[in-house]
Design a protein around this ligand. Structure first.
Ligand SMILES: [Zn+2]
Length: 173
């Protein structure tokens, strides 16, 4: 670190990357590496809150699902039966996640969709409960929403199995 001691102002040497730039590059590398193993845990989300703030934003039941990757009881959400036209938003940050035109009755007891809206969700591998499942998170706030399976209908063949408590339905007027 002799260089830094002798020349504390690195802007005197424009060809030298600043310490901040170096740290930024290192951070990007670490994030990219971590992404390979756990996307949801590694990225920095646009919307972030402290744990105390999340407790204020969400009900206790929503907190368990969105922030602790819990799962609501099957057939417990009124949104499972919702058939009206509208948009389903993230209960954590209100990002629009699904359009009603992609919702279908999967018979599982959870609101199910065959396709999210563009740039709405991220997935990561979840190995809890002794099985490999693809966990679905909100792209903007990272909240856990549910899982995606490959037994859905055409045209995608995907089933986005969502917790109703993670969604807010906005009726299209
Ligand atoms: Zn969100």
């Amino acid at each position: 670190m002799r260089y830094h001691k002798a020349m504390p102002d690195s802007s005197l040497f424009p060809n030298q990357p600043s310490r901040r730039a170096l740290l930024g590059a290192l951070g990007a590398f670490v994030a990219a590496f971590a992404c390979a193993t756990s996307l949801a845990r590694a990225v920095t989300y646009e919307v972030t809150h402290t744990d105390a703030e999340w407790h204020k934003i969400l009900s206790p039941e929503q907190y368990i699902i969105l922030r602790e990757s819990g799962t609501e009881r099957a057939f417990s959400s009124p949104l499972d039966e919702e058939k009206r036209a509208g948009t389903y938003e993230c209960a954590g940050c209100r990002l629009a996640l699904y359009d009603s035109s992609t919702k279908y009755d999967s018979g599982t007891g959870w609101p199910s969709f065959f396709r999210p809206l563009p740039n709405a969700v991220l997935t990561s591998v979840d190995t809890s409960f002794g099985e490999v499942r693809n966990e679905v998170h909100c792209r903007r706030c990272g909240s856990h929403l549910g899982h995606v399976f490959d037994d859905g209908p055409k045209p995608t063949g995907l089933r986005y199995c969502m917790n109703g408590l993670a969604l807010i339905f906005i009726l299209r007027s």
